[in-house]
Ligand binder design. Structure first.
Ligand code: SF4
Ligand SMILES: [Zn+2]
Ligand SMILES: [Zn+2]
Length: 329
């Protein structure tokens, strides 16, 4: 098959658009979609200047998604002094798996000459995920602890690094799965939270970001997972692909299979889910917003919470760690 754009040999067929593309045209199409999303979300603060740039901290795990996001943003803004990119890697303490993906992050940061920070659960909380998964004092899936710890460190260190935005590498499949899970769980508040946390743009009409957190964004969310993997492969990026040995989100796995089946029979399903969901989520956020002012401060770390102690501090104590945050250097 020939590339529909330039006639060279095609390497992929995008069923939802009908296009056959060669490697170069495919890579350009991925880059174009990320740049369009950055523009449409108003990610770059128009008041940013070379002296006071917009600082974007990218959660860089070493997996294909965050590696591709970092590379595309780096190439796009390399010569634009209004944007400062920083990579932030969290080491959860997972033998083998995370050591290898940290190597991928270090390699990428060196290749791109990118500022890169590494933070570990062990230094921050005195725990390693391998031990947490083995002890499991709360009888939960490992990811239920890990997600809370990682989010805390990403937010805290992004803030410390002077981030204006915290970017993560969620792709179209991740977002469509979350959208479907939120629907199936039947909780409009969760949908509203999803919108304000990371969907919508930064213009006046967009979401309402809370002053307490660095606003998050997901510029890769228009690109399907398979295409992110193909981009990483074609561009020879140092991405780490093995799955975490503690991966345990069984429900998400079921939804993933369901969506892939739907996509196969009805190409474009993920795109249409997200197009409709984002509008509904914005409406839900508009009508359900509020309550942030009523939050108390956590007795241990001072983070905003509904309870005396926030979820992160509760869980760190439950697994025998120390929730008192080490001050970021
Ligand atoms: S799969 Fe779960 S346990 Fe493994 S790194 Fe991700 S959140 Fe943590
Ligand atoms: Zn081509
Ligand atoms: Zn706390």
């Amino acid at each position: 098959m020939d590339c529909d754009k330039c006639g060279a040999d095609a390497v992929t067929h995008l069923a939802y658009s009908g296009l056959h593309l060669c490697g170069d045209c495919f890579s350009q199409s991925v880059e174009k979609r990320v740049r369009r999303r950055v523009r449409e979300d108003g990610l770059l603060d128009q008041s940013a200047t070379p002296d006071d740039p917009d600082t974007w901290v990218v959660g860089l795990s070493g997996g294909k998604d965050s590696v591709v996001l970092t590379k595309v943003l780096h190439d796009t803004f390399e010569s634009d002094p209004r944007v400062e990119l920083v990579g932030l890697t969290i080491h959860e303490g997972i033998e083998g798996y995370r050591d290898e993906s940290v190597d991928a992050c270090v390699e990428l940061a060196a290749d791109l000459d990118l500022r890169h920070e590494l933070v570990t659960y062990e230094e921050e909380f005195g725990v390693r995920m391998d031990d947490v998964a083995a002890d499991d004092p709360e009888g939960m899936a490992p990811c239920a602890y890990c997600g809370v710890f990682r989010r805390d460190l990403l937010e805290r260190y992004a803030d410390d690094l002077g981030a204006d935005k915290l970017l993560t590498g969620h792709n179209l499949d991740d977002e469509a799965q979350t959208a479907l899970m939120n629907f199936l769980e039947g909780d409009p508040k969760q949908v509203a939270k999803h919108f304000d946390a990371s969907l919508g743009g930064f213009d006046d009409e967009g979401r309402e970001t809370q002053d307490t957190f660095v606003p998050r964004a997901k510029p890769l969310r228009d690109v399907p997972e398979k295409e992110v993997a193909l981009y990483a492969h074609l561009n020879d990026l140092p991405a780490h692909i093995t799955e975490c040995p503690h991966a345990s989100e069984a429900y998400r796995g079921e939804i993933q299979q369901l969506l892939l089946k739907l996509e196969e029979n009805h190409p474009g399903t993920r795109h249409s889910i997200m197009a409709g969901y984002e509008q509904l989520a914005e409406a839900a956020a508009d009508s359900l917003r509020g309550g942030a002012d009523d939050l108390d401060e956590c007795d241990r770390c001072g983070a905003p919470t509904d309870n005396d102690v926030c979820r992160k501090c509760y869980l760190v104590e439950a697994v025998g760690g120390d929730p008192e945050p080490a001050s970021p250097e």
